[in-house]
Design a protein around this ligand. Structure first.
Ligand SMILES: Cc1cc2nc3c(=O)[nH]c(=O)nc-3n(C[C@H](O)[C@H](O)[C@H](O)COP(=O)(O)OP(=O)(O)OC[C@H]3O[C@@H](n4cnc5c(N)ncnc54)[C@H](O)[C@@H]3O)c2cc1C
Length: 394
């Protein structure tokens, strides 16, 4: 085993670093967090820049239009983007990180040709319509119904917590095509165009003050049968592919971001004097070890996805550990912020002694609350790990 980077990997890093140094200063200012139209424009512009430079879909297979980079190159890509503070995928999250990869793996050639290039170019944004008011953890209880009518499905029901639906062009939608009693066996995976008649979206406000998600009401929405990925009633299997991408690889870059946040917290602790307390040093050390382990796990998921096409069920271990580490990190930030953690607004001008401001700490903490819920709760990940990985009884 040669653990050094090869010459071509070093070249890849150098080229990417030079490109980032060139383009990042030319980006427009980041939009207000609550202006979703502007956020879409910013995120899709960035995606287009990646596409034009040949970096879009770094982990996607080449026959799906992606770069088909090796696992090592994928990790270098993430490291360099984080190092340069490049924008995150933003509203392209679903399209790039799980709907697109699902279509690349499960779609037919026509679907790959229709759906994948616009995601890579930043032309089309996707959202995820899996959860319903009565089907979250128990996703197989979903009731949104699709009835076949010639070459179309007629879809009626409701989806909830649909992130970015307000600015999405397509929705990866799970519908019931079989009788309700059939649970997993009667589900189908559809790509639903979001401007179809019969779709109503009502935003829901989060504790962070943002309407990043909402509820979708679907009243006899027509979806072409050609937009069905996988067979009718085989959508549960396809959804498991989607979830393995969502849990296994979609959040890989966040480990690096968390490592950077931890080093800022260490600097903050030194400035504030909290570093003198053994407990603070212990928490920082423990989190550092946790994040190192998560990075190793992330590398394993990326390698496994590159080898087999999908990250596999081990993604649940990663999702569970990352979201819980993220909460501990956010708790540490709030403890270090002290009273300043009670304010959304930055209380101090940046004094050059550190980049971290209380607004960032509060925002990280508030957002971290949802991390152990979104993409499947921690309890559900523990059930999956116990039953399906460790083989324990239900
Ligand atoms: C920020 C955010 C973004 C989201 N974005 C999307 C999106 O874009 N698209 C989408 O489809 N969904 C989205 N979701 C929804 C998310 O997938 C669900 O919230 C999640 O699956 C939990 O479902 P629920 O909210 O209905 O909670 P419930 O299923 O009602 O769970 C309530 C509690 O009971 C526990 N519980 C339930 N069943 C069991 C069990 N068998 N064993 C042990 N404990 C159990 C849960 O762990 C939880 O603590 C998002 C959620 C959040 C927070």
């Amino acid at each position: 085993m040669d653990l050094r980077y090869s010459k071509s990997e070093e070249e890849f890093r150098a080229e990417l670093r030079a490109w980032l140094a060139d383009v990042l200063p030319k980006l427009p200012p980041r939009p207000d967090m609550t202006d979703w139209r502007a956020r879409r424009a910013f995120d899709t512009t960035w995606q287009r820049m990646l596409y034009d430079a040949g970096y879009a879909g770094i982990d996607w297979p080449t026959d799906g239009g992606g770069r088909g980079a090796s696992p090592v190159e994928q990790l270098i890509y993430l490291e360099e983007l984080e190092r340069a503070h490049a924008p995150y995928v933003g509203v392209n999250f679903v399209g790039l990180l799980h709907a697109g990869p699902t279509i690349a793996f499960e779609g037919d050639p026509d679907q790959r040709a229709r759906f994948l290039p616009p995601i890579l170019r930043g032309d089309e944004v996707w959202c995820q319509g899996f959860s319903e008011p009565g089907a979250g953890s128990d996703l197989a209880a979903l009731r949104t119904k699709a009835v076949r009518d010639g070459d179309e499905y007629v879809v009626t029901g409701s989806k909830i917590w649909t992130s970015h639906a307000e600015v999405a062009d397509f929705c990866e939608l799970l519908v019931r095509t079989g009788p309700e009693g059939e649970r997993h066996r009667g589900i189908t995976w559809l790509a639903m165009e979001m401007d179809r008649p019969g779709i109503e979206f009502r935003p829901l406000q989060t504790i962070a003050g943002s309407t990043e998600f909402g509820q979708l009401f679907l009243d006899q929405v027509r979806v072409p049968v050609a937009n069905r990925v996988g067979d009718e009633n085989d959508g549960w299997r396809v959804a498991m592919v989607t979830l393995s991408f969502e849990r296994g690889t979609a959040f890989v870059g966040e480990v690096l971001q968390s490592m950077e946040l931890l080093s800022s917290l260490r600097a903050l602790a030194r400035r504030s004097g909290a570093w003198d307390e053994a407990e603070t040093r212990h928490r920082v050390g423990r989190l550092g070890a946790e994040l190192d382990a998560l990075w190793a796990l992330a590398r394993r998921n990326v390698s496994s996805a590159a080898r087999t096409g999908v990250p596999g069920i081990g993604g649940s271990v990663y999702k569970l550990a990352l979201s819980e580490a993220r909460q501990q990190l956010a708790d540490l930030g709030m403890d270090l912020a002290g009273g300043a953690g009670l304010s959304w607004d930055d209380l101090d001008a940046r004094d050059g002694s550190g980049p971290l401001m209380n607004r960032e700490l509060v925002s990280t903490w508030v957002h971290s609350l949802s991390r152990t819920i979104a993409a499947g709760t921690s309890q559900i990940q523990r059930n999956i790990i116990a039953e399906r990985i460790l083989g324990m009884p239900k």
